[in-house]
Design a protein around this ligand. Structure first.
Ligand code: F6R
Length: 366
């Protein structure tokens, strides 16, 4: 089943072009500049009544939700909270019948995420899910859902079930922004049209696997790493760090880069790998100054940078180049080299990436 690939994780990383092409198919009308997701069961009246969206999920799915917050706030002007499901379920959250509780889950069977949905139901919220496993609980419990078009994900480290919900959340934001009257015709058309770029941008990143492999060889013995990002790419720092720690067992932390000076920068020395996510997005200049600070303290610095960015390249010891993309779409691009990097580091260390120690694919107990 793995075909030409050594591991399911590698196969699933490479399946992302297909998965994202399928994610757009049947939902995006490029002619009209419209998105249609009938399974959401959403009326314009209801869309206008929504007062808040609480995104709830665990692990990688929660990181996707954090990117979604930027989409939903900027494009649909809805207040969004992102809540780790195991926390949300034991709080006394402020939820009413105009609040959406939106669960994101690959398996659709994660115990904490389902319990968070039940809590939303009990408080009368509108329940939505973005879910991969067809017919799973998270799909059945919801009033409306978006079905990820990734196909089954077998590798324990989630990859294609991360990028698919990013695109789903972007599309959801356009649907809501349109229904709530926050998007002009021209804005909506531009956002929809940019979706055309997604499969080829991801394909371009995958074509650069060899370059990522070279950096992986140079860095395979690091013991500590810090992933930094800001704005829409801040959750990619969390996600990149999670990928590395779960399959390579290397200590990795993700931080919003602006938090560095509030403590973590004390850890930076020549043994520390600082991995900065700095594509050309609205937070780029801030990222550059933070990369300079890490470099000045002697850290080994790797940067994810947009093609042609000589400023980033001059500071960095290692660069992962990514193609230029509209800033909303940069997380879909920047996460790919981080998935590939984690994969190669783990295999170079002789580890079984599909079955990492202590982890299960689906966490059906608390
Ligand atoms: C990380 C990973 C986990 C899952 C989390 C939620 O690579 O796979 O963090 O993302 O356990 O699982 P689902 O999406 O099935 O609810």
């Amino acid at each position: 089943e793995k075909g030409e690939y050594r591991h399911f994780m590698q196969k699933e990383i490479h399946e992302q072009v297909r998965a994202l092409t399928d994610t757009l198919a049947g939902r995006v009308d490029f002619e009209e500049g419209k998105i249609r997701i009938p399974q959401l069961n959403l009326t314009t009246e209801k869309a206008k009544q929504i007062n808040k969206i609480i995104i709830t999920a665990c692990g990688t799915a929660a990181h996707a939700g954090m990117v979604g917050k930027t989409y939903l706030e900027r494009i649909a002007r809805v207040p969004v909270e992102v809540e780790i499901a195991s926390e949300f379920r034991y709080r006394d959250p402020i939820v009413d019948e105009n609040t959406v509780v939106l669960a994101i889950s690959q398996s659709g069977e994660t115990a904490d995420t389902l319990a968070a949905m039940e809590l939303g139901r009990m408080r009368g919220a509108i329940l939505w899910s973005i879910v991969n496993a067809i017919g799973s609980q998270a799909m059945r419990l919801a009033d409306g859902y978006i079905s990820m078009q990734t196909g089954p994900e077998i590798g324990v480290a989630s990859t294609k079930a991360f990028t698919a919900p990013l695109v789903d959340l972007y599309m959801l934001a356009i649907v809501l922004g349109d229904m709530r009257g926050y998007l002009s015709d021209a804005e909506r058309r531009k956002l929809v049209n940019d979706l055309r770029l997604v499969p080829s941008l991801v394909g371009e990143c995958l074509n650069r696997e060899d370059a990522v492999f070279e950096v992986s060889k140079a860095l395979k013995d690091v013991q500590n790493s810090m992933y930094l990002g800001r704005g829409i790419n801040m959750p990619i720092a969390y996600e990149g760090a999670l990928k590395l720690k779960e399959i390579s067992y290397i200590h990795a932390e993700g931080y919003p880069a602006g938090e560095m000076k509030h403590g973590p920068i004390a850890l930076v020395d020549k043994e520390m790998l600082v991995l900065a996510i700095a594509p050309k997005d609205p937070w780029y200049d801030k990222m550059i100054s933070q990369i300079e600070q890490a470099k000045a303290r002697g850290g080994k610095v790797a940067v994810i940078a947009t093609d042609g960015d000589t400023r980033a390249a001059e500071i960095a010891d290692y660069v992962f180049w990514v193609p230029d993309a509209p800033w909303y779409l940069t997380p879909i691009v920047t996460v790919i080299p981080l998935q590939i990097f984690a994969y190669h580091i783990a295999t170079l260390r002789g580890l079984d990436v599909d079955q990492p120690r202590n982890l299960a694919k689906s966490v059906t107990v608390e």
